[in-house]
Ligand binder design. Structure first.
Ligand code: GTP
Ligand code: SPV
Ligand code: MN
Length: 591
């Protein structure tokens, strides 16, 4: 970029100019750069990032257009303990969120941000969450001193002058400020001010903490706005199932972080499912609103995928392997001597020698992992071979099924269906999952993660459940609600279900249930498939007994489960909708 383009705003919006001016005065950057989102700009910024050592250009023969980034080793995942919802009253944020009064948090963050961009560039990053022209689409502007963030936002959002065009002279935009500071955990805060449509993030440079359009705007602020405006902001993938006769059914699914959304959204059906296709609309976030025809419509507000790398290979996720073969930023994987990347679970043998995600020498004898378990790819959705054209449709897609699912070694069957909407909300509200590397701390422990939104709900979780229950009144044809668990294990600790592409079998049962075509048996926990309605063809060696083991409802385990659910309900007691308490009573009465 030339010196002239630096500092020249590409908007005349007075509210924007005034706010940027205030932040410039506070942070005191040496220069200000206004992003336009052009290809030429991206090329220049990539070159600058390489020159500054923020990115390494990967082998262009093997990985054209790909770059490598290593984060600070103290900064590799979301930090839930440093994430705050700053509403006037603590009760609005609720017992599942960290809270601080807005004026105290603003004062603390102003202190940290003051003068913090001396010697640095402040980038103005205007972006859209959602397709241009959609009534659901929101405008955000992120001011950041991280070129890695600018380049990532350019992939993850529709970034550039188009956002200023959609905004016009209005003031309806999310104000995002990101200061890297010295990337120290003691000075790391991700603070949300829902009443001001503002996010301030300091002291980190890791995806979920700093790509402010994603978890901060699209989920935490989004959920807050959704409640006021009558829609849902959810931690859900969106996919389209195409049957051999061309019928398309759209499904949204909420799984906690690193529990299989990207994999399901990009899944390729197994050979036995000839003619079936899965199309991706989104892999992480869904915004859903009742449409004029009485159905629930969903859009994916994002334009790219920030996906888990380890475990990705041509068997588990062939579409993702194509997606990340070009024009991708890799963060915290291992780097080989010929500037290729490697990770645990990649196809082929481990390299004889490479640099691990910290930059230390690594060999197959090393005890530590070469790639961080939460290493990620940042890739544009346009590169997904199975991107649904509907991903750019401003109207979104009508959802027929909502799936909730956690990572559970025991108790929870492969699949079951709720009796009705409120029971489905109960299934989502009581979801449990083993924690993963996507957030700092506690990996492996089962915790309640309602609707996979525990870290992302921008207001009181009890009110969130109420909002979900109330939505039913505005949806004439509500999606059917299901619960799945790909992760049940046997006594030897092996997964009972092959998962990945074979999940198509579960998807097909769900699709058939939505269209009234498949049988189910009633159980105390919901409707379940029987071996006659569930397609096990072409899964050699998988027996009906194994299927029954996967679907088993163990009374002892369920008693424990209901007790664990109660802990969350007690925490939320003052705002818990009574419908959910009744659902619990009904469940107990049935067992
Ligand atoms: P976030 O991006 O963190 O929100 O996560 P995500 O839900 O998109 O998770 P992703 O699809 O990246 O899955 C992460 C992990 O789950 C990887 O380790 C996968 O290998 C594993 N996984 C995904 N699907 C399956 C499955 O069907 N069976 C098994 N056993 N593991 C799976
Ligand atoms: C998650 O943790 O749920 C993610 C990755 O999708 S991040 O954007 O870093 O939060
Ligand atoms: Mn996620």
């Amino acid at each position: 970029m030339t010196k002239e383009t630096l500092g020249r705003p590409n908007t005349s919006n007075k509210t924007v100019l005034k706010w940027v001016d205030e932040i410039v005065k506070l942070c005191k950057p040496d220069q200000v750069y206004w992003c336009d989102g052009s290809k030429a700009e991206r090329k220049a910024l990539l070159a600058e990032a390489v020159e500054k050592g923020v990115l390494i250009k990967l082998n262009p023969k093997k990985l054209p257009g790909c770059y490598y980034h290593r984060s600070n080793p103290n900064d590799v995942a979301r930090v839930e303990q440093a994430t705050f919802i700053c509403t006037e009253n603590q009760d609005e944020a609720g017992p599942t969120n960290n809270w601080m009064a807005p004026k105290d948090m603003y004062a603390k963050l102003r202190g940290l941000a003051a003068g913090s961009m001396r010697g640095r560039t402040l980038y103005v990053v205007p972006y859209l969450m959602g397709p241009p022209g959609s009534p659901l689409t929101k405008v955000g502007i992120e001011l950041t001193d991280s070129i890695y963030v600018v380049l990532s936002m350019g992939v993850m959002t529709r970034m550039g002058t188009l956002a200023f065009e959609q905004l016009g002279e209005g003031d309806g935009f999310n104000r995002g400020l990101h200061c890297m500071l010295d990337v120290h955990p003691d000075r790391r805060y991700i603070a949300h001010f829902p009443q001001d449509n503002t996010v301030i993030s300091v002291g980190s440079n890791y995806g979920g903490n700093v790509l402010l359009g994603k978890k901060c705007l699209a989920l935490r602020i989004g959920s807050y706005l959704g409640r006021q405006e009558g829609w849902l902001a959810e931690h859900m993938l969106i996919l389209g199932v195409e049957a051999p006769n061309g019928e398309k059914t759209y499904i949204a699914a909420a799984f906690p972080s690193a529990c299989g959304k990207t994999n399901l959204a990009m899944m390729i059906p197994p050979p036995a499912f000839k003619g079936w296709k899965i199309w991706t609309i989104g892999d992480d976030i869904a915004w859903m609103k009742p449409g004029p025809d009485g159905r629930l419509y969903a859009i994916n507000p994002e334009a790219g995928y920030f996906g888990v790398v380890p475990g990705t290979n041509s068997k588990s996720n062939p579409n993702a392997m194509q997606l990340i073969s070009h024009d991708t930023i890799y963060t915290n994987v291992a780097l080989t001597p010929d500037l290729d990347v490697w990770w645990e679970g990649k196809d082929g043998p481990a390299p004889k020698e490479c640099l691990d995600w910290r930059g230390n020498k690594w060999t197959p004898e090393s005890k530590e992992k070469a790639a961080h378990p939460n290493s990620r790819f940042t890739a544009p959705m346009a590169n997904n071979p199975m991107l649904a054209p509907e991903a750019n449709d401003p109207h979104g897609v009508p959802i027929s099924a909502i799936i909730f699912g956690g990572r559970r070694s025991d108790t929870i069957p492969l699949v079951f269906q709720s009796f009705n909407w409120v029971h489905g909300v109960y299934l989502g509200a009581t979801m449990g999952s083993e924690m993963t590397a996507a957030a700092v701390g506690g990996a492996g422990q089962v915790r309640r993660d309602p609707m996979a939104m525990l870290p992302f709900c921008g207001y009181n979780m009890g009110d969130y459940f109420r909002h979900w229950i109330n939505m039913r009144k505005h949806i004439k044809y509500p999606p059917r609600i299901f619960h799945v668990n790909w992760f049940r294990k046997n006594a030897q600790g092996h997964f009972l279900w092959p998962g990945f592409g074979e999940n198509m079998r579960v998807i097909k049962w769900i699709v058939d249930r939505c269209h009234g075509r498949a049988d189910a048996d009633e159980t105390p926990i919901g409707w379940v498939p029987n071996p006659k309605s569930f397609d096990l063809n072409g899964l050699p060696g998988f027996t009906v007994e194994q299927f029954e083991q996967l679907q088993a409802i163990n009374e002892e385990e369920w008693r424990r489960e209901v007790l664990m659910q109660d802990e969350l309900f007690m925490k939320l007691h003052s705002r818990l909708p009574k419908e959910l308490i009744f659902q619990r009573e009904l469940l107990l009465a049935r067992t």
